[in-house]
Design a protein. Structure first.
Length: 168
């Protein structure tokens, strides 16, 4: 199988949209890398694909996929890299919503900043237009909250604060 779908995930008023991962869309670009890098990347791509096939969209099975996606994003074109990071953030967001503190730190420590359009592929909060959702602000507030208390509820609390601020 070459195309994998991770089903939509909902938690309270938050939705992580369905993810489509098309392995074939990355193969040609990986083949154009140097032979040594290409071999390593093909191996990582196969590992990501097999994990996606086995995951059944379960968050605990998806989280290990993030490391493979991030390593691939480091060698691909900007466009493909951003696609992979958007998928990674969707997965990290799902994990953070379930209380995974490592995923929360992953969201706050990465240099990737999703565009407003990419945010719509990562996180939708009922009552907030995705064009009004500022990830840098989410990242900053979540980072502060984690410094105070590494609560499993920290990410959900931050999103609730963002929703409340948008209503006021």
């Amino acid at each position: 199988m070459n195309v994998y779908y991770i089903t939509e995930y909902k938690y309270l008023d938050v939705t992580c949209p369905e993810i489509k991962f098309d392995k074939n869309s990355y193969i040609e670009e990986i083949k154009n890398l140097s032979p040594i890098v290409s071999r390593g990347c093909m191996s990582t791509l196969e590992d990501v694909s097999s994990r996606l096939e086995e995951s059944n969209s379960e968050i605990k099975n998806l989280y290990p996929i993030v490391h493979g996606l991030v390593s691939l994003s480091n060698v691909l074109s900007l466009e493909k890299s951003r696609e992979m990071m958007t998928i990674s953030f969707n997965i990290l967001t799902r994990a953070a919503l379930t209380g995974n503190v490592d995923a929360m730190y992953g969201l706050t420590t990465t240099s990737f900043t999703p565009t407003k359009e990419e945010m719509a592929k990562i996180l939708i909060i009922k009552g907030i237009d995705h064009l009004d959702l500022d990830f840098e602000q989410v990242k900053e507030v979540l980072s502060q909250k984690l410094e105070e208390d590494e609560s499993e509820e920290a990410f959900v609390e931050v999103l609730e604060e963002m929703k409340h601020k948008s209503i006021v």
